[in-house]
Write a protein that binds this ligand. Sequence first.
Ligand SMILES: Cc1cc2nc3c(=O)[nH]c(=O)nc-3n(C[C@H](O)[C@H](O)[C@H](O)COP(=O)(O)O)c2cc1C
Length: 229
Amino acid sequence: MSDIGLFEAMYSARALRRLKPDPVPDEIIRKILDAAIRAPSAGNSQHWAFVGVRDSEMRRKLGLIYRKGSDIAKAIYHARGRPVHMTDEQYERMMSSGAYLWEHMGDAPVLMVPCLRDRPPPPREVLPPAVQAIYQQELVYTDQIRGASIYPAVQNIILACRAFGLGTLITTNHIRCEEEVKALLGIPDDVSTYALMPIGYPENKFGPVKRRPVNEVAYSDRWGTPWRG
Ligand SMILES: Cc1cc2nc3c(=O)[nH]c(=O)nc-3n(C[C@H](O)[C@H](O)[C@H](O)COP(=O)(O)O)c2cc1C
């Protein structure tokens, strides 16, 4: 593990899509997973599961499904256009890096698939009348926080990979074809996949991670009041 500080990891763990095919030791993958499960989850339910795909044929098939989902993403991105904070050059770089992965997802030595088991609220009839009356609202709430118990673990994977000198990123295009992914990996009906993360030694350098500045995205006390401090 490289001896880097937490802030250095956060500021340099950019999305790395060009990965070497060299294998990653199992022991390192285990440590990355052990970091993932230090993340918070709603009610500490830990209703997560992680499928680490190393078999080359399975990776190839997953890569093809990712490609299919990415074709839809491509059309959406074209219609949406470049975000205003990015220059044409930055946008082009991101799109061409993304396009590289459409063809090469299956080449990464490890494909990590973070999953969550569904966690619906208890049946309406066991709840007190006041909560029964707003049960529909509770279902909406459950849906709103759907990914919140897995994405902190995904970020831990990103940071742990950075510490081990491994490249990765969060991708979600495969979710557009999720049933195919679930059938391929034998994932039960009541479990969903939330990300597909290629992991491998990077061809390119880490960081720096560039973002819009804090004073453009943070407010002080209420929406619209520029952040002070
Ligand atoms: C919810 C989410 C979904 C994403 N899905 C994809 C994806 O399917 N394919 C991909 O190449 N990158 C995907 N990304 C990666 C983003 O493009 C990347 O995080 C962003 O461009 C910032 O990259 P940087 O950290 O290198 O600046 C996704 C990121 C997030 C947060």
